[in-house]
Design a protein. Structure first.
Length: 151
């Protein structure tokens, strides 16, 4: 402690740095922000996983429908059957999908996920299912190998 002659009281040099309480508040705020960011990324990556998984499911359903009916995989009969089967699976499966809709004329099917995310798949005459469009995904795109990947 220093004493100054022109002051009537004792002057103590002011402490430098942050107090323990201030540091705890800063750490708590950073923790909350990091937790929110991790949650947002986890939700988006979960939706991306569903899109990739459902592509395989759609391909299997189309292949089976074509084998049963004897029609081309992208025919109206097979695509309609796939839509009916997949819509039933959405109601009972809990995959994160909220709806399946298929356009029998174009041979395409679209899956809708929570949060207005959609993925559209094209069904070729040979039964190959290709991911053709993504809507509502902020950090994902269609890769060259026709899968969803982080951008």
């Amino acid at each position: 402690m220093k004493r100054f002659s022109n002051f009537s009281h004792t002057y103590r040099a002011q402490a430098r740095g942050f107090s323990l309480v201030e540091m705890a508040i800063v750490i708590a705020v950073i923790g909350v922000l990091a937790g929110a960011a991790v949650f947002a990324v986890d939700v988006e990556s979960g939706a991306a996983t569903v899109v990739d998984t459902e592509q395989g499911t759609l391909a299997a359903v189309v292949k089976q429908g074509a084998a049963i009916t004897g029609n081309a995989p992208n025919s109206a009969a097979v695509v309609t059957g796939a839509q009916n089967y997949l819509a039933d699976q959405v109601l009972t499966g809990g995959s994160g999908a909220t709806a399946w809709t298929c356009n029998t004329g174009a041979g395409t099917c679209t899956i809708t996920l929570e949060g207005a995310k959609t993925a559209t798949y094209a069904i070729a005459a040979n039964g190959v299912v290709t991911l053709t469009n993504l809507t509502g995904f902020n950090h994902y795109a269609i890769s060259a190998s026709d899968r969803i990947e982080k951008t």
